[in-house]
Design a protein around this ligand. Structure first.
Ligand code: SF4
Length: 168
């Protein structure tokens, strides 16, 4: 199984207070007016990568606590995304999507821990996280998804800040 992947890199910003591996999926049909990743719209962009290649790349980031799926629109390569999620057992799995939470396939939700959803809108830009105030952040607790508001976000990531400090 293969996917068009634009890049894979270390990220310090996509999950606050965590080191993560960011996997940029190529292709997005949503064409949001304010998109800042237009170079990732082409579904033939990036490089064709096998599941094994992507997993090897993730393993080469041993300090990463999370894997982030973004793009582009990862949902548009859903079969690959689901297989990838199934194969990752030792890291938090985070999805950035321009689609709303209610539109995401249930089978995918089972494998994710954190979701940032909705299109970026420059008129609602926040200088924070998420990047625009229309976007929602949802974290799974047990089997339930909870919508985080800003105070919750501070509490949620306080413990990981401590862990990060200890590690270095
Ligand atoms: S969903 Fe994201 S990548 Fe796609 S057009 Fe909208 S902002 Fe850009």
């Amino acid at each position: 199984m293969h996917a068009q992947i634009a890049r894979i890199c270390t990220s310090f910003i996509d999950v606050p207070d965590k080191i993560s591996v960011a996997i940029y999926f190529a292709g997005c049909s949503l064409r949001c007016k304010d998109c800042q990743n237009r170079e990732l719209w082409d579904p033939r962009g990036g490089e064709k990568k096998s599941l094994g290649e992507v997993l090897t790349k993730i393993k080469s980031h041993p300090l990463a606590e999370a894997v982030v799926f973004l793009g582009g629109e990862p949902i548009e390569q859903i079969d690959f995304l689901q297989k990838l999620c199934l194969a990752i057992n030792d890291k938090e799995k985070v999805l950035y999507t321009g689609r709303e939470f209610e539109m995401l396939p249930k089978a995918l939700l089972e494998h994710l821990n954190l979701i940032i959803c909705g299109p970026y809108r420059s008129d609602l830009h926040t200088d924070g996280w998420p990047a625009s105030s229309n976007q929602r952040i949802l974290r799974k607790k047990g089997k339930q998804w909870q919508h985080l508001i800003s105070m919750d976000i501070q509490k949620t990531f306080k413990s990981s800040t401590t862990k990060l400090t200890q590690k270095f």
